[in-house]
Design a binder for this molecule. Structure first.
Ligand SMILES: Cc1ncc(COP(=O)(O)O)c(C=O)c1O
Length: 381
């Protein structure tokens, strides 16, 4: 067991910000001295002291052997992986790399028809051939869920030369398909299960959340640490376990899709977010689940509104069906945002979906509930 209190990358970055010297390297703003004033007015100057490049003490993202390696190893342990890569271009580059690392031109990969655009980009870059499966579809709620183990089984029987299976887990609505069963079926064909877990980076930290993709048997998973945990926007992770993934090919693929000048502010935010979850994750997730539960109970009591509930749902993801009020999700989204100071993650024809995370407070939840009470009563003008 490593000491999860450590933050090797964050510490090294902090040390570099206080080291007095004349800088003759990128970035051109030279630790904020040359930054445009309006940007300094918005952000202050301190942040630019940490906007550094690959200095000797800061390691190299593409060949880590110092503080980045140490930070990635701590993350691997905290998230339950054998190996972890920090990403500075979101899950987008992780999913592209996952496909590039497992499929070449003409190779078959099974994936849901409604995959994120990054998987389509991965197909274009690799030349892999998609075997698209339709996800389960709830026609009453107009919500697409996951692909089923039965559909994966049938596709593999029909295409036994498939090179990988890619699953979205959880969906944007927080719905988790039967990943354990899909992993078992996939592994019978000796091929890897790749998971787009962009919205599930918190799963490993609380027993009342769905099992993480790695716990369910995935070989490779990509998480947007920035979407649901405390990392900064774009900061994500790719995790691997077992022996079905070629580690070297993942590293090479990530070099294809990422900048050679990664932001150390983003990288350090991953180190800090990992430490936060390793030390306090269970408590933070208990509180987040409690807040979500309060929102769920109170909003479901408002006439005309109902809450998406189903087995294997991430309970921190809240989807409110507003069609019973005679409104579309888009209209309700606009009213809440423009008139009532409540901004949703996204609206759809019948619903509004909210991400409740470790950054939300009881007063956010109160504002959300009050907002829906006013929408429900028609008194928002
Ligand atoms: C299901 C899914 N996968 C992948 C991504 C890409 O993640 P990122 O924004 O971290 O690049 C998103 C982003 O919205 C997503 O919703």
């Amino acid at each position: 067991m490593r000491n999860q209190n450590q933050t090797p990358l964050l510490d090294a970055l902090k040390a570099c910000t206080t080291h007095a010297h004349a800088p003759f390297y990128t970035p051109g703003h030279k630790r904020g001295k040359g930054i445009a004033q309006p940007l300094a007015d918005l952000l202050g100057t301190k942040i630019f002291c940490a906007d550094l490049t690959e200095l000797a003490n800061l390691d190299n993202l593409f060949a880590p052997e110092g503080v980045i390696l140490a930070a990635q190893e701590l993350a691997a342990e905290a998230f339950g992986a054998a190996q972890t890569w920090f990403l500075v271009n979101g899950s987008t580059c992780g999913i592209e790399a996952a496909i590039l690392a497992t499929c070449g031109t003409g190779d078959k990969i099974i994936m849901p028809r409604n995959v994120h655009s990054s998987a389509i980009a991965g197909l274009i870059l690799s030349g892999a051939m998609p075997i698209f499966l339709n996800p389960e579809y709830d026609s009453v709620l107009d919500i697409a869920h996951s692909i089923t183990p039965e559909a994966v089984q049938a596709a593999l029987q029909k295409h036994p030369d498939t090179k990988a299976v890619l699953v979205v887990y959880p969906t944007y609505y927080g719905v988790c398909g039967n990943l354990q069963a899909i992993a078992q079926i996939t592994h019978q064909y000796h091929i890897p299960l790749l998971v787009d877990e962009a919205h599930g980076a918190h799963f490993a930290f609380h027993p009342d959340l769905p099992p993480s993709a790695l716990a369910a048997g995935a070989d490779l998973t990509v998480q947007s640490t920035h979407k649901v945990l405390g990392a900064m926007t774009q900061a994500s992770m790719l995790h691997v376990q077992g022996d079905r993934i070629d580690i070297d090919r993942v590293s090479k693929a990530l070099q294809l899709v990422q900048s050679t000048s990664p932001s150390y502010i983003l990288l350090a935010s991953l180190d800090a977010a990992r430490q936060q979850m390793a030390l306090y994750g269970k408590g933070l997730m208990s509180r987040t689940l409690e807040l979500a539960d309060i929102a769920r109970r109170r909003i479901s009591q408002i006439p005309g509104l109902s809450i998406l509930q189903m087995p294997n749902l991430d309970q921190t993801r809240l989807t409110v069906t507003v069609s019973g009020l005679g409104l579309t999700g888009f209209a309700a989204e606009e009213i809440l945002d423009e008139k009532l100071g409540v901004t949703a993650e996204f609206g759809s024809l019948q619903h509004l979906t909210f991400i409740i995370s470790l950054g939300n407070t009881a007063s956010d939840i109160e504002q959300l509930v009050q907002g829906f009470m006013r929408v429900g009563s028609g008194e928002w003008g």
